[in-house]
Design a protein around this ligand. Structure first.
Ligand code: ATP
Length: 287
């Protein structure tokens, strides 16, 4: 594979990779995120948890340029970049936010709560399309089979094959994405995100809809991505067993606010966290 290099574990692991400061996102009268501060350190696995509607996906959408928060800044500092990249910046009157493809070029890749694969393409093609996005071959170069276009094509093939091996999907490389079982599609989506060589991987509920065996395999895969590829992981997940087992640190959101932050065991016994989850369970029961 054109081995991921952006996030390779380095001696400066622990320095901030992503810094979110004072982010507030409103939809009309509804405040989805309220003055959120969060730091993801290079090399770690950070989980963001919280009851339904707490603002977790909104946060991912702010990080990836889908939404522009009305307040706050987001800074990304991958080890390979000369300086920090401002993903969200600007004054109250003039907000600036990088577009999703620019966020990806900067070194952030994501998966989605509802899987978004190219259903009519094979598993192989899904990953290869992503591997090609980072390359500079234009349509004319590709059409004329120019030498650099052929070299890029070979590189994309190598990356695709190695990533499919990495996630254990080489045997289904030629199957249509839509024909694969749900848990396999989730792994494929992760391989596709990794093909863009990210320093930071955002996983939005990767265990949703998977069975217990797939959950265990996913847990292992997240660890391998972090340890073997040196990719920092920011994870949204409802499955507490998975969160408690893979996360180095956990941030808890409730009604758009950060209510707790720390090591998994600390967060688990934090009264504010217990209250937030109990409250949401009671509200569910009342429906
Ligand atoms: N595009 C939007 N327009 C209006 N409101 C929105 C929009 N996106 C999110 N919201 C609202 O923002 C709040 C937070 O939603 P969000 O999806 O971020 O929560 P979540 O923590 O990811 O929830 P879940 O765990 O159920 O996925 C909710 O009240 C939601 O209805």
């Amino acid at each position: 594979m054109a081995t991921p290099t952006n996030g390779r574990a380095t001696t400066d692991d622990g320095k901030p990779l992503l810094t979110v400061r004072g982010v507030t996102l409103r939809f009309g009268g509804l405040t989805s995120l309220s003055d959120v501060d969060l730091t993801v350190a290079r090399g770690e696995i950070l989980a963001v948890i919280g009851p339904n509607g707490a603002g977790k996906t909104s946060l991912f959408n702010c990080l990836t340029g889908v939404y522009t928060p009305q307040e706050g800044t987001i800074e990304f500092a991958p080890p390979t970049a000369a300086g920090a990249v401002q993903l969200v910046s600007g004054s109250a009157r003039r907000r600036r936010s990088r577009k999703p493809h620019m966020v990806n070029q900067a070194g952030i890749a994501r998966t989605f709560q509802n899987i978004r694969l190219f259903a009519a393409l094979s598993a192989y093609e899904n990953v290869k399309v992503a591997a090609e996005t980072g390359q500079r071959t234009g349509p004319v170069g590709a059409m004329l089979h120019l030498p650099h276009a052929r070299a890029n094509d070979r590189r994309s093939d190598a990356t695709t094959e190695e990533l499919l091996d990495f996630v254990g999907l080489r045997p289904v490389a030629n199957e249509l994405a839509s024909s694969l079982p749900y848990g396999v599609q989730r792994r494929l989506e992760i391989a596709r995100a990794l093909a863009t060589d990210p320093a930071l991987l955002l996983l939005d509920e990767p265990a949703a809809g998977t069975n217990p065996t797939e959950k265990r395999e996913l847990e292992q895969l997240i660890r391998q991505i972090n340890r073997d590829l040196g990719v920092t992981v920011l994870l949204i997940e409802h499955d507490m067993r998975l969160v408690m087992s893979v996360a180095d640190r956990v941030t808890v959101l409730s009604f758009g606010k950060v209510i707790a932050h720390g090591r998994p065991a600390e967060v688990q016994r934090d009264p504010a966290v217990i209250e937030a989850y109990l409250g949401s369970a009671e509200a569910e029961g009342e429906r």
